[in-house]
Design a protein around this ligand. Structure first.
Ligand SMILES: Cc1cc2nc3c(=O)[nH]c(=O)nc-3n(C[C@H](O)[C@H](O)[C@H](O)COP(=O)(O)OP(=O)(O)OC[C@H]3O[C@@H](n4cnc5c(N)ncnc54)[C@H](O)[C@@H]3O)c2cc1C
Length: 333
């Protein structure tokens, strides 16, 4: 594959934009097609959290070392693309703080305990909305729905609902939890069909704090532009986007008991995470010439975006994949 192949990326969430930005910096002509509207990436809390995700999500725990390496790609990625993630103090408030600190240390993360509070400096945070805008700023973008794809004579054509089509040497699918586009080869369509939707509701509080990310069993409050985020539900199998305020009530009750007084909920956002059976994303070759996937990062789309971008860029350019490339290979299932 030429190092300057023209690239079409379908999907303007964090994975699609990270891949597109990385390829554009590498000199590829890149076009991003996105349907528009709010996606999971934009409403996310923006935690870049290998330590707490490995500690609290049993699906992530076996991947703790990979998640830590993915975090370590962030400073260089951020510098290349003008982003500003911040190392952030995280506090876990629970009677099991000492046990949890020991678990974190066993996973290779540092943590300190004081009474019922565990503190770690391992995790980072970024304001998702502004970061998404920044990633997409220099890219050629088409707002519209892709309706089908076609591969003929070494070129991909993506047809748009508005009637025209876009051609390129390379097609990257970063379509979140959407169904496979007609025209995809069966192997690629099967990989997309295996993605499990996990709906998440997240509240924005009527306050923007500057403090640490606070976590307790089943809940977090993370500072963020436009209001602290209280989250988040994990609703496996659901992909509808209608908020259900009553689902946030138990989270608020737990948060107030653990963290003290909190302001009221100002608004609720809903997004759908895509997940694979082993909890790691599907990133890399898509099973047909010039086809690549960047899908299904579960709860860690922001954390894993630089790794996904590095893998796809290497695969497109025919270079050796970075460490962890094989672990994310879409063909592993
Ligand atoms: C409540 C909540 C909180 C979260 N908090 C965090 C967090 O703190 N840290 C973290 O790392 N992760 C977090 N996540 C997870 C993270 O948001 C996801 O893993 C990530 O956003 C997935 O990114 P994506 O690019 O794969 O998909 P998406 O963000 O869903 O983007 C896919 C895009 O593709 C477009 N698209 C799909 N099909 C088509 C088509 N046919 N034509 C045109 N466009 C199309 C869609 O319109 C969409 O814009 C959170 C998720 C939720 C729901």
């Amino acid at each position: 594959m030429s190092t300057r192949s023209s690239v079409i990326v379908v999907g303007g969430g964090v994975l699609g934009l990270a891949v597109a930005a990385e390829l554009a910096v590498g000199g590829h002509p890149v076009t991003v097609i996105d349907a528009g509207g709010v996606n999971a990436s934009r409403i996310a809390a923006g935690m870049i959290a290998p330590a707490m995700e490995s500690l609290l999500d049993p699906v992530a725990r076996p991947h703790a070392a990979l998640l830590r390496r993915a975090r370590d790609l962030w400073p260089a990625f951020a510098a290349r693309h003008g982003l500003a993630p911040e190392p952030t103090t995280t506090r876990w408030i629970s009677p099991d703080a000492a046990d949890r600190a020991a678990q974190l240390q066993a996973l290779g993360f540092t943590a300190e305990v004081s009474g019922e509070a565990l503190t770690t400096e391992e995790d980072w945070r970024i304001d998702a909305g502004p970061a998404l805008d920044r990633l997409g700023a220099g890219l050629t973008r088409v707002e519209g729905r892709a309706t089908s794809v076609r591969h003929a004579e070494g070129r991909w054509t993506v047809s748009l609902a508005r009637g025209d089509g876009i051609e390129g040497d390379v097609l990257v699918l970063a379509t979140g939890v959407e169904a496979a586009l007609p025209g995809l080869p069966p192997e690629a369509a099967a990989r997309l069909a295996a993605i499990i939707p996990i709906r998440g509701q997240i509240a924005r509080l009527a306050r923007t704090g500057q403090g640490p990310v606070q976590r307790a069993p089943g809940v977090y409050v993370a500072p963020g532009a436009g209001g602290d985020r209280l989250g988040a539900t994990m609703e496996v199998g659901r992909r509808d986007l209608t908020p259900e305020p009553e689902a946030l009530t138990p989270l608020m009750t737990t948060a107030r008991a653990a963290f003290g007084d909190l302001p009221e909920i100002a608004r609720i956002d809903v997004g759908v995470r895509g997940a694979s059976p082993d909890g790691l994303p599907l990133v890399g070759a898509g099973g047909a010439p010039g086809l690549f996937l960047a899908l299904a990062p579960r709860r860690n789309g922001w954390l894993l975006a630089p790794l996904a971008a590095a893998i796809v860029a290497a695969a497109v350019e025919g270079r050796a994949l970075p460490q962890d490339g094989a672990a994310l290979d879409p063909a592993r299932f």
